[in-house]
Design a protein around this ligand. Structure first.
Ligand SMILES: *[C@@H]1O[C@H](CO)[C@@H](O)[C@H](O)[C@H]1NC(C)=O
Ligand SMILES: *[C@@H]1O[C@H](CO)[C@@H](O)[C@H](O)[C@H]1NC(C)=O
Ligand SMILES: *[C@@H]1O[C@H](CO)[C@@H](O)[C@H](O)[C@H]1NC(C)=O
Ligand SMILES: *[C@@H]1O[C@H](CO)[C@@H](O)[C@H](O)[C@H]1NC(C)=O
Ligand SMILES: *[C@@H]1O[C@H](CO)[C@@H](O)[C@H](O)[C@H]1NC(C)=O
Ligand SMILES: *[C@@H]1O[C@H](CO)[C@@H](O)[C@H](O)[C@H]1NC(C)=O
Length: 397
């Protein structure tokens, strides 16, 4: 075992999923989500194949010119490796050795033998670099190239007429588009339409906000990520469902520092627990991070969230509700953004996960200059208001 492979495994200790995109094998279901979910099923015949993931994203109607929309595309192309020993039984012994070097005996007992190999797979794939991907949405086609992580991003400008036509044709809140790469790998992606001024956008963290992850504890984080099935924070699915049904034109955007290699599993979690469908904005996990724990606690976690919040706020006139937890930097990040856009942030909700008092000095500091009516620390989702239009609209004191 080379030092390099040890580092690779170290980095990992970690995760799942992958799906195979062979359109001809999929019944052309009219129900888009049914179609997407179908692709989530793990197909062992495709162990050695090219695959592509498309992350649900958004399209903004221009705030200055309602004839123009910008459609955001984000995907990942990779090849899974059949026969690589870490995908087979060797993965277990490697992980056990690794665990022995890293963790104390009681922690090892906890992890022993239970790592879910499927969840590790997306971390052991080969990214497809510099490959052309053809995106087709409606009558428009555009070619983009994957970066060194196999990821591709694009903004496609479309006319409002074309968007409205697609909306009528597809009869769904989410528009679908096709992506095509080499080796006949096709995938269907979805885009959530964001009208510029109507409605509320909820931006939500995932880990420890709506899903039990225990990010502050290395071992439990790994167990919750790679071993146990994903569990919803009690009461959060109901809160989100009520937000969706009781507020007009309410859209959901899941902003997470977790690796996008976990996207498929996370999407399943959202669907199974009936959280509202929405766009996903996760981070690609690279080998430069020393571990999943370090990855999540690095400075770039804050940078990732702040840049997406700016991106949302600057591309629409909608009002926003921000929800997160006290585990990492959500209070500080949401505080910064709310001071920058006092009129646009309707409310901030923070789930206290460390038993903090609601008047903890940390929160007073994070929300300094922001009116108290605008932020709420909670430990039971029932404490959070359902009617978001009633939440205070006052600006900073
Ligand atoms: C897709 O599925 C069809 C039918 O099962 C099969 O003939 C074809 O080889 C598959 N394509 C790929 C790229 O696996
Ligand atoms: C991918 O899409 C192209 C064009 O629509 C089609 O010709 C090709 O057969 C598709 N490949 C698969 C595997 O479905
Ligand atoms: C969005 O806000 C800007 C600045 O207040 C304004 O000029 C623009 O007309 C607004 N657009 C819409 C669609 O409300
Ligand atoms: C893991 O579990 C197996 C079987 O339950 C046991 O024999 C082994 O000693 C355990 N390893 C560690 C490191 O606890
Ligand atoms: C695509 O082109 C066809 C034929 O010109 C047209 O009927 C259709 O409305 C167009 N679709 C969109 C989404 O623009
Ligand atoms: C909700 O958004 C749609 C556009 O998607 C708009 O036509 C409608 O007027 C909005 N509803 C309300 C009550 O603002």
């Amino acid at each position: 075992m080379t030092a390099c492979s040890i580092v690779v495994i170290l980095i990992l200790l970690g995760t799942i999923v992958v799906h195979c995109q062979n359109e001809t094998e999929q019944s052309r279901s009219h129900h888009l989500w049914g179609k997407i979910k179908h692709t989530l099923a793990f197909d062992s015949r495709q162990l050695n194949s090219e695959e592509m993931l498309l992350f649900p994203d958004v399209a903004f109607q221009s705030v200055n010119d309602n004839r123009i929309w910008r459609v955001m595309i984000h995907g990942w192309k990779y090849r899974t490796n059949r026969g690589k020993y870490w995908l087979g039984s060797h993965a277990t012994s490697w992980l056990e050795r690794l665990a022995r070097n890293l963790l104390n005996p009681s922690e090892i007992m906890y992890l022993n033998g239970s790592i879910n190999h499927d969840r590790l797979r997306p971390f052991f794939v080969t990214d497809r670099m510099n490959e052309d991907i053809q995106i087709t949405i409606g009558n428009q086609t555009q070619t983009i190239r994957t970066d060194q992580n196999g990821e591709f991003y694009d903004q496609i400008e479309m006319t409002n007429d074309a968007i409205q036509t697609l909306k009528r044709e597809q009869r769904n809140d989410f528009l679908s588009y096709e992506a095509r790469g080499n080796n006949r790998v096709n995938a269907t992606g979805v885009i959530q339409l964001i009208e510029p001024s109507e409605g509320i956008s909820v931006i939500s963290d995932i880990d420890d906000t709506i899903k039990v992850s225990e990010v502050l504890d290395k071992v439990r984080l790994l167990a919750n990520t790679f071993i146990s099935s994903f569990k919803a924070v009690p009461g959060m699915p109901e809160l989100f469902q009520q937000w969706k049904s009781k507020n007009i034109n309410c859209t959901f955007h899941y902003l997470s520092a977790m690796p996008d290699q976990l996207y498929t599993l996370t999407q399943e979690f959202i669907d199974e627990n009936q959280f509202p469908s929405g766009s996903f904005h996760m981070r690609h996990f690279g080998w430069a991070a020393a571990s999943l724990f370090n990855f999540l606690h690095s400075k770039s976690t804050s940078a990732h969230k702040i840049s997406y919040l700016h991106f949302f706020l600057s591309n629409t006139n909608r009002t926003f509700v921000l929800i997160g937890d006290s585990g990492e930097k959500d209070p500080e990040i949401y505080g910064i953004i709310t001071r920058e856009y006092p009129e646009r942030i309707r409310a901030i909700f923070i789930r206290a996960i460390k038993g903090e008092s609601f008047n903890d000095q940390r929160f007073l500091d994070a929300f300094q200059g922001i009116t108290k009516e605008k932020w709420l620390i909670f430990n039971d989702p029932k404490q959070v208001p359902i009617d978001l239009s009633r939440a205070p609209r006052t600006s900073t004191k």
